[in-house]
Design a protein around this ligand. Structure first.
Ligand SMILES: [Zn+2]
Length: 306
């Protein structure tokens, strides 16, 4: 199957419906009941489309009350027997406070995180619908990370869920289990005016992976990816880079509604999430179809080798 045609199956309308459904749970900060319900929805979405699902439970500390918070990542694995794996992830928790609100009375208002939270998860749910028919043979894991931002006005640590995930992935690899050849994090990928720039850490530490995705975008002719260099963003790709997995984040930090109460479904757009979803799905299809080799570092490299 042509990976480009295959990727057209990613349906932005369906992803947007998922985004709206997740937002209807209300704010979903780490440790909340709404986050727990979201976990159930996502686990079921993965399972019903052929994934083996595991829940990685762990504990964190609430940065204000210092109480223990129960946290969990959701991992959906397609072709779980494959040792060569690719990871697509995104955080499901929403920021506890809308701390970029200029009006202090609004900071404690209900922050829905339609783009910052739901968009990445909705894209994972739509990707899940197509993975049993993924071309090629590589294994794929979709991961909803918990506690990317259990942070109050910069009090607290970022990326608790992806840190926990990375720790377990490293132990698993050391024990002779599967390893990740590449990871792509999706965060804020549905903003109306989104035009993704190349995030700094990914560009510096996983240049070939960044170029792989941008080449696919260029060939698809999407206007949602820019050739400009973007910000350095502390996101869920960093713990993965820390254990040596080439990892990038597709993240739109220029989203005008970022960390405000206006981060609602109305600020999101079918065309944006669809453009990103299709680029990721096409890249996945191309990657999974590459011949397995020890030095496998991306589409460009392999094309040059032929
Ligand atoms: Zn955020």
């Amino acid at each position: 199957m042509n990976p480009s045609t295959y990727a057209d199956r990613f349906d932005g309308h369906r992803a947007m419906n998922d985004l709206i459904r997740l937002c209807s749970l209300g704010p979903r900060p780490a440790g909340s009941e709404a986050m727990e319900r979201q976990r159930g929805i996502v686990a079921e979405a993965f399972r019903s489309h052929g994934a083996e699902v595991s829940i990685q439970e762990f504990e964190g500390v609430h940065p204000l009350s210092e109480r223990t918070v129960r946290l969990a990542n959701v991992v959906g694995s397609w072709r779980p027997e494959r040792p060569d794996r690719v990871l697509i992830g995104g955080h499901g928790d929403t920021r506890p406070r809308a701390d970029r609100e200029r009006d202090p009375t609004r900071v404690l208002g209900p922050f829905l995180g339609a783009n910052d939270g739901a968009s990445g998860v909705a894209a994972l749910m739509e990707l899940a619908r197509h993975l049993t028919e993924l071309p090629g043979s590589a294994g794929v894991d979709l991961v909803m990370f918990d506690a990317e931002e259990l942070v109050f006005d910069e009090v607290g640590d970022y990326c608790l869920g992806s840190c926990e995930f990375a720790l377990r992935a490293r132990n698993q690899e050391r024990a002779g289990g599967p390893s990740y050849a590449a990871a792509v994090v999706l965060d804020m990928i549905a903003g109306r005016e989104m035009c993704l720039t190349r995030e700094g850490f990914g560009r510096d530490y996983a240049a070939w992976l960044t170029e792989d995705l941008w080449n696919v975008a260029r060939n698809r002719g999407t206007s949602r990816f820019s050739d400009d260099w973007g910000h350095y963003v502390e996101d869920d790709h960093l713990p993965l880079l820390g254990i040596g997995v080439p990892a990038i984040a597709l993240v739109d930090l220029d989203y005008p509604q970022w960390h405000t109460l206006d981060d609602r479904p109305e600020a999101c757009d079918v065309g944006a999430i669809e453009a990103v979803g299709r680029v990721v799905l096409e890249w996945l299809g191309r990657w999974a179809s590459l011949p397995e080799s020890p030095g496998k570092t991306g589409l460009l490299d392999n094309e040059n080798r032929e």
